[in-house]
Design a binder for this molecule. Structure first.
Ligand code: G4P
Length: 290
C-alpha cells in the first residue's frame, strides 16, 4: 500500500501560512497523540524558526497514557512547551496560559526591555486536517464556530480572537499536510482517519492495524471480539473470525471481511478498542526532529 498524494491547494495554503506566520509570536502546533511522529509535518520547524512553540498532543484521550507521557517528554526536549489534551474539554486546556507565557518568555523579556509591558502574545494554531484545530480554537474562545476567511467586500486583514490573559489567537488555523515519506506513516494516518477513506483500501489497512495490535497491544482484540488473537494467528484469519463473531455473513454463507474491516476501523477510531498509540518509537534523538 502506498498512500501518496499532495493536493495542489496545499501549495497555496503553505504560502498563505508563511505570510500569516509573520504576524505571530507563537505557533500552537496540534499533533494527534495517537500518531505523535507520523502525524506532524516537519516543515513547520523550518517555517516557524524563531517563533515560540507550544505543542498540543491532542486527542490524548484516545491515546495510550504512558505513551502520552513519553511523547510529552520527547517534545519538551526539542525546546517546545507541551500539553497533552482533549480539545473538546475546556478543563484540559486550563494549563495553556502559563505554557504560552513560558514559550514566549524571550519575546516578553525583549518587550519589557523596550518598555512595552503587557503586550498580548499573538498565536496561530496549526496542524494537519482533522487533528482538532477548530475544536481547540472554539474551546479556548468559548464559542461554537470559527469564522473562516474574511467577509466578502471587506478589506483583507486577519481576524483575531482576544482571549483573557494576554493571548490573541488568529481565528483561521494553518492547515499542514501530512508528509508521507515513510509509507508506514501514511498508513497510520489512514488508520486514524486523517486521510480520506476514498484513497485507502480498508481491508488491507485493517490487516496492518491488526498486526500492530498483535505486537503492541496483545489482548485488545480478545477483549473486544473474544478472539484469542496471538502472534501465531495470521491477520487475515483474525479479520475473518471477527466477521463471523459479528455475524457479517453474506449471501451463500460468504464471510464479509470487508464489512468487518470497516467496522473495526470505526471502532478503533472511536476508541472502542481502548487507548492506542500507533507511533511508539520514542528512541529517535530529539534533535533529529528540530
Ligand atoms: P480540524 O479543524 O483540525 O480539521 O479538526 P476538528 O476540530 O474539526 O476536529 C475533528 C474531529 O475530531 C471532530 O470530530 C472533533 O470533535 C474531534 N476532536 C477534536 N479534538 C478531540 C480530542 O481531543 N479528542 C477526541 N476524542 N476527539 C476530538 P467529528 O467526528 O468530525 O465531529 P463531531 O463528532 O465533533 O461532530
Amino acid at each position: 500500500m502506498n498512500i501518496q498524494w499532495y493536493p495542489g491547494h496545499m501549495t497555496k495554503a503553505r504560502r498563505q501560512m508563511q505570510e500569516d506566520l509573520k504576524l505571530v509570536d507563537l505557533i500552537i502546533e496540534l499533533i494527534d497523540a495517537r500518531v505523535p511522529l507520523s502525524g506532524r509535518n516537519p516543515d513547520i520547524e523550518e517555517m516557524g524558526r524563531g517563533k515560540g512553540r507550544l505543542i498540543i498532543l491532542n486527542k490524548a484521550d484516545l491515546a495510550d497514557e504512558s505513551q502520552n507521557r513519553q511523547w510529552t517528554d520527547f517534545y519538551r526536549q526539542t525546546g517546545a512547551e507541551v500539553l497533552a489534551a482533549d480539545a473538546r474539554q475546556k478543563a484540559s486546556l486550563k494549563k495553556i496560559r502559563p505554557l504560552v507565557m513560558n514559550a514566549c518568555r524571550d519575546k516578553i523579556r525583549r518587550d519589557a526591555a523596550r518598555g512595552m509591558r503587557n503586550r498580548a502574545v499573538r498565536a496561530m494554531v496549526c496542524g494537519i486536517p482533522n487533528v482538532g484545530k477548530s475544536t481547540f480554537i472554539n474551546s479556548l474562545a468559548g464559542r461554537t464556530s470559527t469564522k473562516t476567511g474574511n467577509r466578502p467586500g471587506v478589506t483583507k486583514g486577519k481576524q483575531w480572537i482576544h482571549l483573557n490573559g494576554g493571548l490573541d489567537l488568529m481565528d483561521t488555523p494553518g492547515i499542514l499536510w501530512p508528509k508521507f515519506e515513510d509509507p508506514e506513516a501514511g498508513e497510520k494516518l489512514a488508520m486514524i482517519g486523517s486521510v480520506s477513506d476514498d484513497v485507502v483500501q480498508s481491508e488491507e489497512l485493517v490487516l496492518k492495524l491488526i498486526c500492530l495490535l498483535q505486537k503492541d497491544y496483545p489482548g485488545r482484540l480478545e477483549e473486544r471480539y473474544g478472539i484469542a488473537a496471538d502472534d501465531s494467528m495470521a491477520p487475515a484469519d483474525i479479520l475473518e473470525a471477527v466477521a463471523k463473531r459479528r455475524g457479517m455473513i453474506g449471501k451463500g454463507g460468504i464471510v464479509s471481511s470487508e464489512r468487518a474491516a470497516g467496522m473495526m476501523l470505526d471502532e478503533f477510531r472511536s476508541g472502542k478498542l481502548g487507548r492506542i498509540t500507533l507511533d511508539r518509537d520514542v528512541r529517535i534523538p530529539a534533535e533529529k526532529i528540530r
